[in-house]
Design a protein around this ligand. Structure first.
Ligand SMILES: Nc1ncnc2c1ncn2[C@@H]1O[C@H](COP(=O)(O)OP(=O)(O)OP(=O)(O)O)[C@@H](O)[C@H]1O
Length: 328
């Protein structure tokens, strides 16, 4: 088993959900590598498929969803899309730490946090349970909480922001080296958010992790991620080093997302909302480019041919207009 930062190779991944109109893809033919030791951020509007992609890393897509094609190879584990039962349960927690989007509601309301921590430890065969509790208190302390008090508390005694931090603690406490954080800071005020992101960065570096952060907030990604991945309508439309993508976005969707961020200083009117709405499973185009309805650069080919992901230097972009410009 890899004890240090594992690499992850997602190849041709398609995940579908059963709907009244048949099985429709929420993630379509996504190929993505998480390099060992890096923090990758995935951004996109609601419904773009971010959580579904993240769940696939744990092979945790639930019915009516299923992985219809592709593989998720994790160093030291293999292709987790073939895992089931005990093998899968062991991988979760020990090798892959996960903070679910609804972390605030994922605690058991009937048990104290401490009891849940011990259950987690026992179910993964941790022998030194005292050490586990010590580790949990330390992590909670770093996140500005009184560890002993939190472990004695039930869910209802904790605020949303505290539950969020408990979720992060539970993802890190078993010392997994691949950590997936789905909207880790949504319930937090700006100051607490900045503090949590700082801790995510510190723990990532100290422990030698490979980290995936899912968020709709580009500010969060700018703060923590080495690499930025942009999703739209279940497709991966742009990826590259965070600074480069934010500094000179290439895909028209990435440009729109960045233009829509209100600035703290300067002219608020400069922020321009992206016109239109993201597609749902039922409305996402079955052929051609998924973004064309909202795209200022739409060409005829966009209606019929799905743009392939093409490398442009350190960037990978799936857009006909970008490819045409590049070759002009
Ligand atoms: N259990 C389900 N049954 C049917 N459709 C689903 C289910 N879960 C998700 N979907 C659909 O799959 C698509 C992708 O959803 P997903 O939650 O992965 O997106 P997301 O980018 O994480 O959005 P959000 O930020 O709102 O969580 C959406 O259109 C969503 O409605």
């Amino acid at each position: 088993m890899a004890e240090q930062a594992p690499g992850v190779r997602i190849d041709g991944l398609t995940v579908v959900y059963k709907t009244p109109a048949g099985e429709l893809p929420a993630v379509r033919d996504v190929t993505l590598t998480l390099e060992p030791g890096t923090i990758t951020g995935i951004v996109g509007e609601s419904g773009s498929g971010k959580s579904t992609l993240a769940l696939s890393l744990l092979n945790a897509v639930q019915p009516p969803g299923r992985i219809a094609a592709g593989s998720v190879e994790i160093d030291g584990l293999g292709d987790v899309t073939g895992f089931a039962g005990e093998e899968l349960r062991k991988a979760r927690g020990r090798h892959i730490g996960y903070v679910f989007q609804a972390a605030q509601n994922s605690l058991n309301p009937l048990k104290t946090v401490g009891k849940q921590l011990l259950d987690l430890g026992r179910s993964h065969g941790v022998e030194d349970l005292r050490g586990l509790v010590r580790e949990a208190k330390e992590l909670l302390g770093r996140m500005g909480l009184d560890g002993a008090r939190v472990l004695d508390s039930h869910q209802h005694e904790l605020s949303g922001g505290m539950r969020q931090r408990v979720g992060i603690m539970l993802a890190l406490v078993l010392n997994a080296h691949l950590v997936v954080l789905d909207e880790p800071t949504t319930a937090l005020d700006m100051i607490t958010q900045a503090n949590i992101l700082k801790i995510v960065r510190e723990v990532h570096a100290e422990r030698g992790l490979t980290t995936l952060v899912i968020t709709h907030d580009i500010g969060v990604v700018a703060e923590v991620a080495d690499r930025l991945v942009v999703m739209y309508g279940g497709r991966l439309v742009e990826q590259g080093p965070t600074r480069e993508v934010l500094g000179s976005p290439t895909h028209p969707y990435t440009k729109g997302l960045i233009r829509a961020i209100p600035r703290l200083v300067g002219d608020i009117a400069e922020a321009q909302a992206l016109p239109g709405r993201p597609p749902t499973l039922a409305t996402v185009p079955k052929e051609g480019c998924v973004f064309r309805e909202r795209c200022a650069l739409r060409m005829d080919v966009c209606d019929t041919v799905d743009p392939q992901a093409v490398a442009h230097g350190s960037r990978v972009v799936a857009c006909h207009a970008v490819t045409v410009k590049e070759h002009a």
